[in-house]
Design a binder for this molecule. Sequence first.
Ligand SMILES: [Zn+2]
Length: 232
Amino acid sequence: MFYFENINKKKILRSDMIQNANAFFTTRESAINENEQLIINYLGVKKLIYPQQTHSGNIQIVEKNKFNYPNTDALILTIPEYAIFLNFADCTPIILYDTKQNIGAICHAGWRGSVKKIAPKTIQKMIEDFNTKPENVTALIGPAISSCCYNVGEEVFEKLKITVKNFNNLYKISDNNFFVDLKSINSQQIRELGVKNIDICPYCTSCDNNYFFSYRKENGTTNRHNAVLKLA
Ligand SMILES: [Zn+2]
């Protein structure tokens, strides 16, 4: 279950499904762009590492003393001294945590990343490179534009449809508009890979625009909230 917590009276969003590691989502008032030092102090790290996101399907593993990750939309973290974050304003943030091995990842899944199956591919890489077992992975699917507000063209709809075996209940069609639920599509993608512990955030970035940024609702805003991970 998701709940808000305060850092210096600024809200962050957490889930009770990840307690050991520091995994959370910032809000409008705690966004890293304006609160970098606050988050650095809170996490007890020297620096925050983030990739240059391009709606790609590219996944990188964070390396010691490497701070630039161009053209990357998922970062895998295995170094407890480091913290990572990614930026969001409607796209689906996914935090993955292997509770047995204390390693994790953050994925950026808008419709493009979801079509590229970036979340299950990140888990696949954790399986191949670190022997992660899907049953030991906890996934937090954070605030994103939800099916109430997110309509796509038929072409995108058809591309999303084939990313899962069971697409029922992940969309609705009204007046020839295709409304899709990217949070649930990503959840279904990783469920089909064997992940069982998944917490899906109830917040829609457009409906709950007082808490989160929305690219659509705010006509292409450049502001971003974040998904943040520091290992235990
Ligand atoms: Zn909504």
